[in-house]
Design a protein around this ligand. Structure first.
Ligand SMILES: [Zn+2]
Ligand SMILES: [Zn+2]
Length: 128
């Protein structure tokens, strides 16, 4: 397999608009390579496959795959369900999340909450 050293620096992409990129692994975002063309273009929900009008989509940031930018998006219900599940796994064992004074300082916990809120904001129309 030939590896070409990049002549120009690869763009780093862009984090999601409404929560930090650190949250994405906790949401279980599929590998970019596994996305369909519609998923990568943000036309369908990457988790349920539903066609997404812009107003019903949650932005998951810009990602670079083999030199091509992908713009994965989620429907509201899918990201709410995933963020809720991820919070249930993360928060009980996170000292920052359990600290009533400092819980907003946890990038993951607070980020998951922001993702959840964003999902609720775009509404009910979802993959199922
Ligand atoms: Zn969905
Ligand atoms: Zn936490």
């Amino acid at each position: 397999m030939a590896h070409r050293t990049a002549a120009r620096p690869a763009p780093a992409g862009r984090p999601p608009a409404d929560f930090p990129a650190e949250v994405l692994p906790h949401l279980g975002m599929p590998a970019l390579i596994a996305l369909t063309a519609d998923d990568a273009a943000g036309r369908t929900c990457i988790w349920g496959g539903r066609a997404l009008p812009l107003a019903a989509a949650v932005d998951l940031g810009e990602h670079l795959l083999d030199g091509v930018l992908a713009f994965p998006q989620s429907c509201g219900p899918c990201i709410v369900r995933r963020a809720t599940d991820a919070l249930a796994v993360h928060s009980p064992d996170c000292p920052t999340c359990r600290d009533r004074e400092r819980w907003t300082e946890c990038t993951v916990g607070y980020g998951l909450l922001s993702a959840q809120r964003q999902g609720l904001r775009v509404g009910r129309g979802g993959c199922r």
